[in-house]
Design a binder for this molecule. Structure first.
Ligand code: PEP
Length: 248
């Protein structure tokens, strides 16, 4: 049985004081059989780590460099994230792929490095509007997934989380329909089944991300292959984010 996961990606928002205010609100939430995860900016991670120390709310990072230490100016390593009690890291968010030129191959290194340091990677995949119009959605996602996972051993695979995030739906207010999102999530699970076997594929959680809000969350959570959501904009509004969590 896959445990649902609701993850908030705060992106480059909130100075620590503002982050603390939202975390205080989130900490009033009553735990259910649904994981709740927050991925603040690096600057807010120490405060979040301290605040969430005794909370069921989990902490994740938005990015990580796939080396332990060294001359990588401006980067952060897996052991630094572990020191801040991060259990998850987002890998390959489309904003990093498009704005910062991250390749599938570089994302593969991050996924593999995160797992080897006991951090769960949330691998983001998704097609652009152009891919979609040209009927290339499946092709694009297949490539993103299989490059990113190519280094992993079968027993490591079940720990990863895949977030299906169509680029055209991120931050636009135009989400995919639940039917379309389920179609892609099912495609992802089928591909994982063919490559790694049914047992592993059934254990991997697949999230949907892209303009999730209080109105559409229930539809996504009714989809058999969608196990939660990666949420940007709505995770910055504590009342809405709490309502989303409580709706599941
Ligand atoms: C995201 O940043 O991963 C995301 C899904 O953003 P939003 O919810 O704002 O579309």
């Amino acid at each position: 049985m896959r445990k649902p996961l609701i993850a908030g990606n705060w992106k480059m928002n909130l100075i620590p004081e503002e982050a603390g205010f939202i975390l205080d609100k989130l900490m009033t939430v009553k735990e259910k059989e649904v994981e709740l995860l927050i991925c603040p900016s690096f600057i807010a991670l120490p405060l979040a780590s301290e605040k969430l120390k005794n909370s069921f709310i989990k902490l994740g990072a938005q990015n990580m460099y796939p080396e332990i230490k060294g001359a990588f100016t401006g980067e952060i390593s897996p052991n630094m994230l572990k020191a801040l009690r991060c259990e998850y890291v987002i890998c390959g968010h489309s904003e990093r792929r498009t704005l910062l030129g991250e390749s599938n191959d570089f994302i593969r290194r991050k996924v593999s490095c995160a797992l080897s340091h006991n951090i769960i990677p949330i691998l983001c995949v998704g097609e652009s509007q152009k891919d979609r119009t040209e009927g290339m959605t499946e092709e694009c996602i297949r490539k993103q997934i299989f490059t990113a996972l190519s280094d992993l051993k079968r027993k490591e695979l079940s720990r990863i989380v895949v977030a299906y995030e169509p680029i055209w739906a991120i931050g636009t207010g135009i989400s995919a329909t639940a039917t379309d999102a389920e179609k892609v999530a099912k495609f992802i699970r089928n591909e994982l089944t063919c490559a790694f076997g049914k047992q592993v594929a059934e254990e991997i959680r697949i999230l949907y991300g892209g303009s999730v809000n209080i109105t559409n969350i229930t539809d996504f959570m009714h989809c058999p292959n969608i196990d939660g959501a990666l949420i940007g904009g709505a995770s910055l509004k504590p009342t809405e984010f709490i309502e989303i969590y409580n709706k599941i």
